[in-house]
Design a protein around this ligand. Sequence first.
Ligand code: HEC
Length: 281
Amino acid sequence: MFWDGRADTLQQQASGPLYDPAEMASTPEIALHRLENARYIQRLKALGGPATDASRDLLLSEALFALARYQIEDPSFHAYDSKFDAWLEGKARFTPEESAGYRLFNDPTKGNCAACHLDRPLPGNLPPLFTDRQYEALGAPRNQALMGPYDTGHFDLGLCEVMPGGVETSSAYCGVFATPTLRNVAERKVFFHNGVFHDLHQVLDFYVLRDIHPERFYSRDTHGHLQVPDDIPPQYRSNLDRTDAPMDRKSNDLPALTPQERSQIIQFLKTLTDGWSPTRP
Ligand code: HEC
């Protein structure tokens, strides 16, 4: 879980936003105080068993476990009722633009998106998750909006920072982040691990033009040298993915997708939004 994979379970994940000073800014003490004064405290203790009377740590961990189970058991967390899901079941028809986008998404020489954002039904005919659950360094540009008064000169190195042994032994995983699902992606307002993009067109342009027009995305150092990519320190830049299409281009190559083809992929991505019905397309 998380862009850098630092939590192994939903239970672990839940404490992240809870205690993060930039999110809910709670502490174990505050959370316990609220739990112990909540109307449902006896029900929580009944679920956790008698040991939760003796251990406040256990009580807190049972609460986080309950949160994890809620996400697994409540159907609203996995509706799988997008137009794409209906289409997989033969209950919806793509428009010509959506169809074209779907083909480009899958074509290994064009978008090649499905190489990482897997879109085939899983064994047992389960709906695809649009992620391979792997990690890649795509070289997202440094988010200048996080600079200025917030600039600490810090580089978020991703996976290598949370590996056992840390950066020293895991430098091959620096700059590497999780492949996110693309379900409901058209509903999001910020994209990539550092939130640098705010529009799917920017994301598609980045995939297609990163290596052809790097100056459109990256900043220069004080000597005027373009930093490619500028959000990964120089010693880790060789981790950048330059082999998977469409990020396998050289500066004189043609873009893998024309602007029209990029728009068609976006039309397809919009079919991944939950809550589709034939009357409310
Ligand atoms: C080599 C694997 C790979 C390929 C190929 C790939 N992606 Fe991604 N995608 C990723 C990874 C990894 C990230 C997260 C990168 C980051 O945050 O630094 C990502 C992020 C995204 C995001 C941002 C989602 C969010 O919630 O912030 C979108 C949208 C996206 N990809 C769409 C596409 C499309 C469309 C294509 C095809 C043109 C594509 N991807 C091809 C691995 C891949």
